[in-house]
Every structure is written in structure tokens, then in C-alpha cells.
Design a protein around this ligand. Structure first.
Ligand code: HEC
Length: 269
């Protein structure tokens, strides 16, 4: 009798906390299935796509989302959107310099001690669009736009999640009976189903330098690829090292086997 009661209580406990918990968090839809150039062991970043993605970030997302952990010079590192082998030191890369100079950062005037704004240099980090979180929340209906440096790593689904949110949110019809509060938009990919970000993209929002037609799908793909790079700038290097190690191990195994055969060749069985 006692055992039965304990068992029932345990089941009730698991039912209430164990199962209800994940079910509540799992109400979000899985991100869309997107094909990326950086997938798989031989995956690589498509530099033109990264450049287009940077343009979308700069002209659309950067007015609300910071990218605090990226310095302008990172844009010119190997594997980065504006890498140019002519400038091994990315600080000298003219594209990187021009991108930096287009931003203003806070500094202190050496003589007067006043806080001033000056054009950024390649050594500076991307400045935040808002002075602080309170100002960011105030401008966005109480929600703070998350920093984008590591967003791809911080969200399940990675780049596909970013793609799904910016390509589909707010434009899909909410399920029958769901009421989306004012200032919120339907977001099936987020637990809870609503987001405080108005759909940021429309077709033709940016004009790509390489003349790629700027559909919402294209803009969403490009900016998601760019954010993947931002969160994992050393991916190409890591994959190349991994490949070199694999080749070394295969050759080494062959050599070991050959020497094993040689050493034991005149020993009778
Ligand atoms: C008008 C300001 C604004 C612009 C422009 C904007 N966002 Fe947002 N974004 C927000 C806010 C505010 C949130 C937080 C929403 C929430 O928590 O409900 C957000 C959230 C997000 C999220 C969900 C993050 C999470 O926590 O899971 C993604 C992904 C995102 N933004 C991507 C983008 C991309 C990519 C762009 C550029 C194409 C962009 N946003 C442009 C305001 C903006």
C-alpha cells in the first residue's frame, strides 16, 4: 500500500514537473531547413554572401542590435567578409577602414577631458546603437534587442533560427484564436509565440553591390550567414586543421602498418 502511494506520488511529481516543463519550452516550431555553404566538414563561408550579409546588418539590423564583441578589423581577417590577401594586417585593409570611418564612437578628448564622438578606426569595436539597456528597452516596447555577436551560438537552430525569425515572423497568420498583443508580432519559432520585433525585412530593403536581387529570402539568408561568421569567425581555420590532422593520421596509420609488416616479416608463425 505504502509503495503504491509512493509510486503514485512519484508519477504525479514527474507528470507535473518533469513532463510539463519541457512541453512548455517546446511549444516553438523547429526552424526552417536551410542549406548553407558552411555546413559539413568541408563547409566554407561564401565571401560574397558575407559581404551582402554585412550590408543587411549595417543598413537594417544595426539600428537596434549591437555587435559588441566584433572589432572592425575582424572584418578583414582570413575567412571574414572583407578579407583581402593583399592586406595580411587587416588594420590596413581600405574597405575595413572605410567601414569603420562610417561609424562614430565615444572617446575622451586628451586635452579637455570631455567625452567626444569621433569616427571609428579599424581597432575599435562596433558601437551599440543605444546608450544602455534601459534606453534600448524604452525604444522597443520593453524588449531589449539582443547583442548579435554570439546570437547564432546562443540559440538552438543557429543560423536557421535567425533566418526563420527574420524571413517569416509577423508575416505568417497566427493560429485561429490566438491574440497577438499590440506591439508584438506572431513568432512561431519562439517559445510563447510572440516577438517584440517588427518584421525587419522587405524586398529591396538593401541594394546589393553585386546586383543580387534583394528578396526577403535572400536578405534573410545573407544576414544569417554573416551572423554565423560573427559567432564563429575561426570556423574555416578549424575545419582546415581538422582535415590536415585526418590526412596525417591516415598516412601515419599506413606507415605504421607497413613498418609492422616489415618488422615481423621474417618471424615464422
Ligand atoms: C526596430 C528595431 C529592430 C530592428 C531593425 C531589428 N531588430 Fe531584431 N529584435 C528587436 C527586438 C526589440 C528584439 C527582442 C524581441 C523580443 O524579445 O520579443 C529582437 C529580436 C531578434 C531576434 C530573436 C532573438 C532571440 O532572442 O531569440 C532575432 C533573431 C533578430 N532580432 C534578428 C534581427 C535581424 C537579423 C535584423 C536585421 C535584418 C533585426 N533583428 C532587426 C529589434 C529589432
Amino acid at each position: 500500500m505504502f509503495n503504491k502511494t509512493v509510486c503514485l506520488a512519484a508519477f504525479a511529481f514527474i507528470g507535473a514537473f518533469g513532463l510539463a516543463g519541457p512541453a512548455a519550452a517546446d511549444d516553438a516550431m523547429a526552424p526552417m531547413d536551410v542549406h548553407w555553404s558552411f555546413e559539413g566538414p568541408f563547409g566554407h563561408y561564401d565571401q560574397e554572401q558575407l559581404q551582402r550579409g554585412y550590408k543587411v546588418y549595417r543598413e537594417v539590423c544595426s539600428s537596434c542590435h549591437a555587435m559588441n564583441q566584433i572589432a572592425f578589423r575582424n572584418l578583414g581577417d582570413p575567412g571574414a567578409p572583407f578579407y583581402d590577401p593583399k592586406y595580411p594586417n587587416s588594420n590596413d585593409n581600405p574597405k575595413v577602414k572605410a567601414i569603420a570611418a562610417d561609424y562614430k564612437v565615444s572617446d575622451v578628448d586628451g586635452d579637455s577631458g570631455d567625452v567626444i564622438k569621433r569616427p571609428a578606426t579599424s581597432a575599435d569595436y562596433f558601437p551599440s546603437p543605444y546608450a544602455n539597456n534601459a534606453a534600448a528597452a524604452n525604444a522597443n516596447g520593453g524588449a531589449v534587442p539582443p547583442d548579435m555577436s554570439l546570437l547564432v551560438k546562443a540559440r538552438e537552430g543557429g543560423a536557421a533560427y535567425i533566418y526563420s525569425v527574420v524571413a517569416k515572423d509577423g508575416v505568417m497568420t497566427p493560429p485561429h484564436g490566438m491574440i497577438v498583443p499590440a506591439g508584438r508580432y506572431y513568432d512561431p519559432y519562439k517559445s510563447g509565440g510572440v516577438i517584440a520585433m517588427p518584421p525587419p525585412l522587405v524586398a529591396g530593403k538593401v541594394t546589393y553591390d553585386d546586383k543580387t536581387p534583394a528578396s526577403v529570402d535572400q536578405e534573410a539568408r545573407d544576414v544569417s550567414a554573416f551572423l554565423q561568421w560573427a559567432a564563429d569567425p575561426k570556423m574555416e581555420e578549424r575545419k582546415q586543421t581538422g582535415l590536415a590532422v585526418m590526412i596525417f593520421l591516415i598516412v601515419f596509420t599506413g606507415l605504421l602498418y607497413a613498418s609492422y609488416r616489415k618488422i615481423w616479416s621474417d618471424v615464422g608463425h
